[in-house]
Design a protein around this ligand. Structure first.
Ligand SMILES: *[C@@H]1O[C@H](CO)[C@@H](O)[C@H](O)[C@H]1NC(C)=O
Ligand SMILES: *[C@@H]1O[C@H](CO)[C@@H](O)[C@H](O)[C@H]1NC(C)=O
Ligand SMILES: *[C@@H]1O[C@H](CO)[C@@H](O)[C@H](O)[C@H]1NC(C)=O
Ligand SMILES: *[C@@H]1O[C@H](CO)[C@@H](O)[C@H](O)[C@H]1NC(C)=O
Ligand SMILES: *[C@@H]1O[C@H](CO)[C@@H](O)[C@H](O)[C@H]1NC(C)=O
Ligand SMILES: *[C@@H]1O[C@H](CO)[C@@H](O)[C@H](O)[C@H]1NC(C)=O
Ligand SMILES: *[C@@H]1O[C@H](CO)[C@@H](O)[C@H](O)[C@H]1NC(C)=O
Ligand SMILES: *[C@@H]1O[C@H](CO)[C@@H](O)[C@H](O)[C@H]1NC(C)=O
Ligand SMILES: *[C@@H]1O[C@H](CO)[C@@H](O)[C@H](O)[C@H]1NC(C)=O
Length: 420
């Protein structure tokens, strides 16, 4: 039996760990003062917020639905699940799959899918468009958001046909039973359809369905078991790029518009879409959208953050130095000279006959890091436009025996890979 004495060290350890996580969580502010910074498992950093006073703009509203346990986060007032928000401008969401399924009697289930994000943009760097099946014609029609608000449509397709399960490689999306292609930059809404040419009639035993979806590339590994098991999967992870406003950093600076980047941070342009993002200066960490949100990192507390020899680290605001202790010189760095004992400059001064005095001169090299002054330009809010994420529409068509409807034949289809 365990005695309370035996349990005690364990309890203190747990308490110490809890204290440590609380401190690190509070070290850098996440949400605006007085605002909730979590919804269930999802951290909600400003500019996002759960209420009027807590977000930067209504498009950054996150609705926290407490009827779920843990509560679930949704983008604005839509049914789009948010699973993670990063300050690097990424929003992780869950998105439906387009399906087209058959049995020996004919079509059993079919749906296309549409996502309209209004302001946010589908990440071209993080996602791919995938279709799966052995009698599969899939297409993605996207709208490219231009700075001038013009909508430019583009379309890409993926087809795959195969007649034997044996020849489908298990772990690579090779074009046999699986086709993938990249996404264009600047896509803010898309429409995905998937259909068949022969009702999967000869391949029903191993490929009864076709699927098409956009998925976070990192989270996708093709497996032959997807032919069947995706039938029971509703949603898959996808990444969306967010940014502030519609103007680039240069435009914001030039026009003197309100700049959302607070002290100790800088503005930078996103890789995809318009608007801008803020980033804490090197040597600072935290939330660059909050006043006093970027705080100095104490590089000396984490040996991975400094190059100093052990114990020779000195934190400065925005950086650190590696001063050698008194009586030593060098750069104090692991990859540099390190610290070595000062050469003793021995001066013998002869006074009179036989008497001698030895003078030691120690030279210590002490590095001083410069400070980085940073000024914040504030004027009026640039954003007056209210654009809400529009609701997703995942529509199902076709009951048993009915032919599926709701497809559109749309122009010439570009086939990047796959085929017969
Ligand atoms: C939420 O977090 C808990 C604890 O970390 C975890 O067990 C649970 O699976 C998470 N739930 C979701 C929906 O991610
Ligand atoms: C929360 O989710 C439930 C179940 O999906 C739904 O009925 C309800 O309307 C949602 N509440 C809010 C505030 O969105
Ligand atoms: C996303 O939300 C839907 C309800 O709208 C829910 O069924 C699903 O489990 C959610 N996914 C996650 C990962 O929370
Ligand atoms: C096909 O599926 C439908 C239900 O979607 C069912 O009613 C029908 O009996 C099935 N046909 C065969 C041959 O399994
Ligand atoms: C394919 O790979 C997956 C995951 O590695 C494995 O679970 C599955 O059994 C494999 N399927 C076949 C048919 O080899
Ligand atoms: C597919 O099924 C539909 C409806 O059952 C039927 O009209 C069509 O002829 C079939 N096509 C093929 C190639 O079997
Ligand atoms: C995909 O496969 C690679 C290599 O086998 C593995 O490292 C990775 O974790 C897998 N990813 C997922 C989402 O399963
Ligand atoms: C920190 O100091 C080092 C050496 O003095 C310098 O090379 C580096 O650029 C500085 N880093 C920052 C963020 O100022
Ligand atoms: C910049 O960082 C320093 C060091 O953490 C902090 O004292 C100061 O308040 C910050 N300035 C602003 C404007 O956030």
């Amino acid at each position: 039996m365990r005695t309370p004495e035996m349990l005690f060290p364990f309890i203190t350890l747990v308490a110490a760990l809890l204290a440590a996580t609380t401190i690190s969580a509070q070290e850098f502010p996440i949400a605006k003062a007085g605002c909730q910074d979590r919804c269930g498992n999802v951290t909600i950093p400003y500019p996002f917020g759960l209420t009027d006073d807590c977000y930067y703009h209504v498009r950054f509203l996150i609705t926290c639905n407490h009827t779920f346990n843990p509560p679930k986060a949704f983008l604005t007032t839509s049914t789009i699940n948010v699973t993670e928000i990063t300050l690097e401008g990424k929003l992780h969401i869950e998105q439906y799959i387009a399906k087209d399924c058959y049995n020996a009697s004919g079509p059993t289930h079919s749906n296309s899918l549409e996502l309209k994000l209004a302001k946010f943009i589908i990440s071209d760097a993080d996602n791919i468009f995938v279709s799966i099946g052995c009698d599969t014609v899939a297409s993605l029609r996207g709208n490219l958001k231009e700075a001038d608000s013009a909508e430019n449509e583009y379309e890409v397709g993926c087809t795959s046909f195969c007649n034997s399960f044996k020849y489908v490689p298990n772990d690579t999306c090779s074009g046999i039973g699986c086709c993938q292609t990249s996404l264009a930059k600047g896509v803010d809404d898309f429409y995905i359809t998937v259909s068949s040419q022969t009702n999967h009639s000869a391949i029903l035993d191993f490929s009864p369905c076709s699927y098409a979806f956009i998925i976070e590339e990192k989270k996708f590994n093709f497996s032959k078991s997807h032919f069947k098991d995706l039938e029971n999967v509703d949603k898959l992870p996808m990444v969306v790029d967010w940014s502030i406003g519609y103007n680039s950093c240069a435009e914001v600076k030039k026009s003197g518009m309100y700049n959302a980047c607070q002290g100790n941070s800088t503005c930078h342009d996103p890789d995809n879409g318009n608007g801008y993002l803020c980033r804490c200066l090197d040597g600072y960490r935290g939330n660059p959208y909050l006043p006093n949100g970027c705080l100095d990192v104490d590089e000396c507390k984490d040996s991975n953050l400094n190059e100093c020899l052990k114990n020779y680290c000195h934190n400065t605001i925005g950086n650190y130095t590696c001063p050698c202790p008194k009586g030593y010189h060098g750069d104090g760095r692991k990859d540099g000279e390190g610290c070595s004992a000062d050469q003793l400059l021995v001066v013998k001064i002869f006074v009179g006959v036989g008497a001698s005095v030895i003078v030691l001169v120690a030279v210590s090299g002490l590095l001083m890091a410069g400070k980085h002054p940073w000024t914040n330009v504030e004027s009026n809010y640039e954003e007056t436009e209210y654009l809400l994420g529009k609701k997703i529409d995942a529509s199902g068509h076709g009951k048993s025996g009915e032919s599926s409807s709701g497809y559109q034949v749309i122009g010439p289809v570009l086939l990047p890979s796959g085929g017969r």
